[in-house]
Write a protein that binds this ligand. Structure first.
Ligand SMILES: [Zn+2]
Length: 282
């Protein structure tokens, strides 16, 4: 899991550009004119969004209350394949060194194939195309997010534009061995003093997106990869040397994919596990 950098440019101009890029349909030739009328009031809402975004306090937003045709028109602004929205997607998923991320950072399992509305568009249609409200995501995470996004004026999901991920380990896994079959159980724990509010958010995020279960279900490829690597080299270099090399790779993997990247956590746990080592080296 990595933090992404939020859109830097003016969000009002972004709104103008999204509208410009929309095709006028014959069925509804007046669409753009209606949105033009709504734009000044939507842009005012953008200013409030901006303030709360800067304070990382989006959960305290109150809805402008667009209903009926206005709501339909605002929601219609959002389309994943709108060229301006796709440009935004590309921009925020490009990390330093022009590295393009194509994996959903909410889960780090699936490919990005949608944009998640951090503040839900059904409740806040005014932010349907606010660029700092759009976070690249997979449809599975998007589906799990549904409508519950805050409780008692606090977000229940990490906003990976704003909530800085800690370097401390909070994702743990414990292996269970049944003959040569390995099953893993993932937990989120605050063993290293992560600030309480941030940890609560992490815990909620992982729980509500069912990440421990999704990691477990997807873990077999990583277990296989590690075993394959050990089998490939165990007769060529010493056990200690091999373990050292694997651990060095894990450090690099964590730097690249995030300190609590689940695949790195799997490898790190197994390579330190006596039963696993006995299984692999005997
Ligand atoms: Zn996802």
């Amino acid at each position: 899991m990595k933090n992404l950098k939020p859109y830097k440019e003016c969000s009002s101009v972004f709104l103008d550009d999204v509208l410009k890029a929309k095709n006028i349909s014959k069925k509804d030739p007046e669409y753009k004119k209606r949105v033009e009328i709504l734009k000044p009031s939507v842009k005012k809402e953008y200013l409030t969004f901006e303030t709360e975004h800067t304070a990382n306090n989006l959960a305290s937003l109150t809805t402008a209350g667009y209903v009926g045709q206005d709501k339909i028109d605002l929601l219609k602004l959002y389309k994943y394949d709108n060229s301006v929205i796709q440009k935004l997607n590309e921009e925020v998923t490009t990390l330093e060194g022009n590295r393009l991320i194509n994996t959903c950072q909410n889960c780090t399992i699936n490919e990005i194939n949608s944009l998640d509305h951090i503040v839900p568009k059904d409740e806040f249609p005014e932010f349907a195309v606010n660029p700092r409200n759009l976070f690249p995501s997979c449809s599975k995470c998007n589906g799990h997010k549904s409508y519950v996004w805050r409780e008692n004026k606090r977000s229940v999901f990490l906003n990976l534009y704003l909530d800085n991920l800690p370097e401390e380990q909070y994702l743990f896994c414990s292996p269970k061995f049944d003959a040569d079959k390995i099953t893993l159980r993932f937990t989120v724990e605050n063993r290293f003093g992560i600030e309480q509010n941030l940890f609560g958010l992490i815990e909620n995020h992982y729980k509500r997106l069912h990440l421990p279960k999704r990691f477990r279900k997807n873990s077999h490829d990583t277990i296989y990869e590690l075993s394959k690597e050990i089998n490939k080299y165990k007769d060529k270099i010493s056990k200690d040397e091999l373990i050292k090399t694997i651990k060095e790779d894990i450090v690099e993997e964590k730097k690249y994919y995030g300190f609590n990247y689940w695949k790195a956590i799997i490898k790190e746990t197994l390579i330190d596990d006596k039963t696993y080592l006995t299984l692999m080296f005997n």
